[in-house]
Write a protein that binds this ligand. Structure first.
Ligand SMILES: CCCCC/C=C/C(=O)SCCNC(=O)CCNC(=O)[C@H](O)C(C)(C)COP(=O)(O)OP(=O)(O)OC[C@H]1O[C@@H](n2cnc3c(N)ncnc32)[C@H](O)[C@@H]1OP(=O)(O)O
Length: 391
């Protein structure tokens, strides 16, 4: 395996802390945080060994921190060096708990494990409707009003970068929206960004996991994009700010794309040692011609909203100061149109290409699976995570 991969993951000693690194997707800190006995805690630690599903780094860190706090008390070890990314992230998470009492940390750990166990009991990937409402979404805000279901990406402090959990929640949200009684479905972002694309910390893994994680990543990508290809109702992107990577390429699978004049459109795949996804290797050249598509997808040229509109990727651009008001007024009017007519017309427009898009999606995902294991890709991620490079 590539040397740089080893450096990237140095310190993420999964086996040593295995029991403390598995955290549920639905985290609920106990309000009665003093109740878990040492026996409950030990049993929770043992339960972790049986879990198969990886909940993602962000949640793993939370459980790691509570485990350390419960067993060792407040963090008083030296802060790891800035390039020791994994150990620094772990140290930060533990240190952030301050003087949280050991008993509270123990209870929180038990609660976390219990949530994870119940979520991993579910064998099907898509939960029944009632369950989903109960579980809610951690990374999205989903609302339904005036015939419009709005799915809002909700990690504003991370520029709505897409974690594994987020991809999964978006798929669940789309599935729910496809079945609800709304007319239109909207995807937008909370905060200043629409989305900064794939969360690059998704790549923080141990070297021996790389091949398997790349394989699972490719399946996730294929399924995620597949949900957009098959989405049966009018789908609208309300691009409230800059969009990067997959949050740009996916736009061609929407029926309307409204953008603030503050939005930019950036696909820096080559800079990241990666290649296009979301069918953009086919949809972009057919939309804007191969030369303009190459400028974006191969050379990573960042477009303004006006340029993206001129290339047909954006339907209409609005001044940022009136963006929300104008867009939602327009969408509310559209949502009063006959629902079935809208749906059937959308399907008539989209159905011609569906099969082809699924084949392209599968091929792009396969190619990315290889790219993610390359030195080029790992070096680029390393540079971003160590703050040597920004787009
Ligand atoms: C399984 C499916 C895979 C699909 C394949 C998809 C591919 C892609 O989407 S490729 C595109 C990937 N995205 C990027 O390369 C963007 C990386 N981010 C940046 O270059 C910058 O963060 C920025 C230009 C988007 C914003 O810069 P700035 O305004 O200076 O803000 P910060 O960099 O300080 O960001 C605040 C905070 O958010 C974190 N963050 C932002 N984007 C990402 C990201 N994509 N991945 C991980 N983290 C991200 C950033 O690290 C900061 O975090 P803190 O330092 O903890 O505050």
């Amino acid at each position: 395996m590539a040397g740089v991969t080893g450096r990237l993951v140095r310190g993420w000693c999964l086996r040593a802390v295995r029991s403390s690194l598995q955290v549920p997707a639905q985290l609920h800190m106990s309000k009665t945080a003093m109740g878990a006995s040492q026996k409950d805690f030990e049993s929770a630690v043992n339960q972790m060994k049986l879990l198969k599903k990886d909940p993602g780094n962000e949640v793993k860190l939370k459980l790691y921190a509570h485990y350390k706090q419960a067993t060792e008390g407040p963090c008083n070890t030296p802060k790891p060096a800035v390039f020791d990314l994994i150990n620094k992230a772990k140290w930060d998470a533990w240190n952030a708990l301050g003087n949280l009492p050991k008993e509270t940390a123990r209870q929180n750990y038990v609660d976390l494990v219990s949530g994870l166990s119940s979520s991993s009991d579910s064998s099907s990937q898509v939960k029944p409707e009632a369950d989903r409402k109960q579980a809610g979404y951690e990374t999205l805000v989903m609302t339904s009003e005036d015939g419009i279901t709005k799915i809002m990406l909700n990690r504003p402090t991370k520029m709505n970068a897409l974690t594994t959990q987020m991809y999964q929640e978006i798929m669940l949200a789309l599935e729910a929206a496809s079945k609800d009684d709304s007319t239109i479905t909207v995807l937008t972002g909370n905060g200043s960004y629409f989305s900064s694309g794939n969360d690059l910390t998704n790549f923080v893994i141990s070297p021996d996991e790389l091949e398997e994680r790349a394989r699972r990543g490719a399946i996730l990508l294929r399924d995620f994009v597949g949900c957009f290809i098959d989405f049966p109702k009018p789908l609208v992107a309300v691009v409230n700010g800059p969009a990067v990577g997959i949050s740009v390429t996916i736009l061609r699978l929407f029926d309307l794309v409204y953008a603030s004049d503050r939005a930019t459109f950036h696909t820096p795949f080559s800079h990241l040692g990666q290649t296009p996804e979301a069918c953009s290797s086919y949809t972009f050249p057919s939309l804007m011609g191969p030369a303009k598509a190459a400028e974006m997808l191969i050379f990573g040229k960042k477009l303004t909203a006006a340029e993206a509109c001129a290339r047909g990727l954006v339907t209409e651009v609005f001044p940022d100061s009136t963006f929300q008001k104008e867009v939602w007024t327009r969408l509310k009017a559209y949502s009063k149109l006959p629902r079935n007519a809208l749906r059937i017309s959308k399907q008539m427009i989209r159905n011609h290409e569906k099969e082809k898009l699924h084949a392209i999606n599968a091929e792009e995902s396969r190619i990315l699976q290889e790219r993610w294991q390359s030195d080029e890709c790992m070096n680029a991620i390393m540079n971003f995570l160590s703050r040597k490079a920004k787009l």
